[in-house]
Design a protein around this ligand. Structure first.
Ligand SMILES: NC(=O)c1ccc[n+]([C@@H]2O[C@H](COP(=O)([O-])OP(=O)(O)OC[C@H]3O[C@@H](n4cnc5c(N)ncnc54)[C@H](OP(=O)(O)O)[C@@H]3O)[C@@H](O)[C@H]2O)c1
Length: 297
């Protein structure tokens, strides 16, 4: 028998073209998912970045921004430093530990400290194994065997490498060649397209799940589109805002598993979640989107 979640996902898929993102959100539909190649696990396509609410440690503000994501089946939360313990603790308190897929940062150059942090995160979250331990390429590349032991020892189900600038792509590609990493996290958007040249095709080729950071260039994208009207043709791919315009461009790339959006504003959270619904732009539409944004920049 189909679980409620599977049923709602199937219903969402069936109604993708006919119903607008706003309607799907109002109906509390669940996000579509894409598989993590290494584990086959299904990951909803919109995730959260490290919200300022998490960093402030304000539990109420954190839950206010987490709960719209939870309501729509979002799972991935990318979180570093002390904020990860805040998120893990809130998820446990709300009985949502199993619904949260935590992507957290560790130093492969400091195995002892990373194992201690992982143990604390396991204890705080109540998880038996972490979902994803990732590291920056500068310490992951020379220490990738340390990371493979984290996974072999059952500390985590997935390992990955994460960075936000094209200057790190060569190192990250070298790491992907070893066949070690399950996840790659890179920057990619209408204003930062370099990842599409080589690293995203390679991730697809190697069966590495891809999460995308900086979908709004940490907010600068909104300066570029400020005062501009969303083109009427954006409605052809069920796009209702400039935020969704960026997220749908990213999600339409075939290598992308999940895009990470950072916000401390629950209204923005709903806007961003809307991008997961409806049709995604095709190649011709994506080129048109790119030319439009280039003409503003
Ligand atoms: N591994 C790495 O090296 C790395 C590096 C950078 C980022 N990351 C990860 O990627 C995540 C996202 O990247 P990012 O930090 O560059 O942030 P981003 O998601 O590109 O942009 C966040 C900014 O956009 C605003 N915003 C979000 N949704 C909006 C909407 N619908 N309408 C208007 N404004 C909106 C936010 O303001 P409000 O709060 O007011 O909504 C915030 O100022 C980070 O949180 C982090 O987890 C990882």
């Amino acid at each position: 028998m189909l679980s409620r979640r599977k049923f709602l996902n199937a219903a969402t898929a069936a109604s993708l073209v006919a119903v607008s993102p706003a309607t799907l959100l109002a109906e509390q539909r669940l996000l579509p998912t894409r598989p993590i190649p290494a584990s086959g696990e299904a990951l909803p396509i919109i995730g959260m970045g490290t919200s300022a609410a998490f960093r402030s440690g304000d539990r109420e503000a954190s839950w206010n921004v987490m709960s719209p994501f939870q309501d729509h089946g979002s799972r991935y939360i990318d979180v570093s430093g002390a904020a990860r313990f805040v998120v893990a603790d809130i998820a446990r308190e709300k009985g949502r530990t199993r619904d949260v897929f935590l992507g957290s940062y560790f130093s492969a150059a400091d195995d002892v400290r990373s194992r201690a942090d992982a143990a604390r995160l396991l204890e705080t979250s109540g998880k038996k194994s972490l979902d994803l331990m990732h590291a920056y390429p500068e310490n992951a590349v020379p220490n990738w065997e340390v990371m493979t032991r984290w996974k072999a020892d059952g500390l985590t189900r997935h390992i990955g490498v994460a960075r936000h600038s094209s200057q790190h792509y060569d190192a990250m590609m070298g790491l992907m060649k070893t066949g070690t990493v399950d996840f790659l996290q890179v920057n990619y958007s209408l204003l930062e397209t370099q990842a599409a040249d080589r690293i995203l095709p390679m991730a697809m080729d190697k069966g590495v799940a891809v999460t995308i950071n900086r979908p709004f260039i940490n907010g600068d994208y909104f300066k570029t589109v400020r005062g501009r009207e969303l083109p009427a043709w954006a409605a052809d791919f069920d796009c209702e805002s400039w935020a969704q315009f960026s997220l749908k461009y990213i999600l339409a790339h075939p290598a992308v598993t999940c895009v990470l959006t950072e916000t401390a504003n629950p209204k923005h959270a709903l806007d961003n979640l809307g991008a997961g619904f409806g049709r995604m732009p095709d190649e011709r539409e994506r080129e048109r989107m790119l030319s439009l944004i280039k003409s503003f920049a």
